[in-house]
Design a protein around this ligand. Sequence first.
Ligand code: SF4
Length: 466
Amino acid sequence: MAIATLQSEDDFAGWRDAARRLVAARVPPHDVVWQVGDGATDLFGGEAIVGGEAIVGGEAPPLRVPRPFIDLAGAALLHTEPARFGMLYTMLTRLIEQPRLIGDRADPQLRRLEAMARQVRRDIHKMRAFLRFRETVDDDGVPRFVAWFTPEHHIVRANAAFFVDRFAAMRWSILTPALSLHWDGAIVREGPGAVRGDAPGGDPAEEVWKTYYASIFNPARLKVGAMLKEMPRKYWHAMPETALVGELIAGARARETGMIAKARTAPGGNVDAAWAALRGEAAHCTRCDLYRDATQTVFGEGPLDAQMVFVGEQPGDQEDLAGRPFVGPAGQMFDRAMAAAKIDRAGVYVTNAVKHFKFEQRGKRRIHAKPNAGEIDACRWWIEQERALIRPRITVALGATAARSLLGKAVTISAVRGRPIALADESEAWVTVHPSYLLRIPDRDEAQAEFDRFVEDLKAAAARVA
Ligand code: SF4
């Protein structure tokens, strides 16, 4: 039996050092006991012993592991799950045998660790977003800003650099139940845990927070639904920056709209650059939760002077991996129908109403899951920007999700199919089925009839721009 002792709950360096030594000594995961603090031994943190003897002295031997595992381990280790050190060591030993395992999204242990890492990252974000300083004065008369925060995981040290960076010029203290951090402008000192009563009450330092909030505001990351869930309106009175939210959203929209209008109308306006900027912003979008499990944002593609835009539902498994829309089985069906309708596929812009792949994991397979209304509405931001930049005469919504995104309300396909619908920008919407629907029809004759009908819809829409 080996005992690995870490200095603290968030001692990643100690865990890594101990893990290297344990691997070098070929100690299997079930023969390791992980402990934090002095516990049953007097060893320094990070040192692993077997039968009372330190396994390796001096430098721990280096290990080759996939880079994503280092990132995963660094986050998951901060979780409050007591078994995390052993779980990570087990995963490490498996990865040494099979490095490609890191890409196996169906592996239950990997998925569990990834879920833990996500919870930790969310907690880190919450601390950055919702912690509130109150102004006090040190004995020497210099102001000190003090905040109370209760983290769910062991994230306080991991967040220290962020607050130093943001508030380098002021003295501050962050008090939490497990430990406190104190910044004096030069170094961060750690102190013992505190209780809520140790932090001052009263008004938060309004101007500091407004300035800070405005500086971190990113419209691509704005999730009003999540804000309301995590930060109910009844608490907003204590959060001065909430007064800025409406203003910042409006300002962000005006900026993007202005960028697009300029690209379209100013002499030398660069539509390609504006599109590239939008695509770049969407790549980091966190407006809804779908970005968490998908591989990447799948933005639209096609000529930016296209007269027709086709909008699908969301990327599928293959699109998610390729990073391009309409390349999977439904995309191939779409290509066949476009060819049958004599529409040049290379001359139209194709995109999706929802730009991240939503799926359920079943064994090794990722099964398509329908985006909900909140996700469609959150992602409408991007399709509106794409359409504003391209200014198509016709936008064809393929399926109910695309129709909801385009029309702003749920519609029944059969009720709106095959006729033009006027949009606010004076262009036209057409609604038809999604090509994946054609793939799911088991009866061959019925499938052919539906395919022909789909082709007729495409022809009718294309005739409007002929
Ligand atoms: S699905 Fe759309 S709104 Fe949601 S994170 Fe992805 S790009 Fe953003």
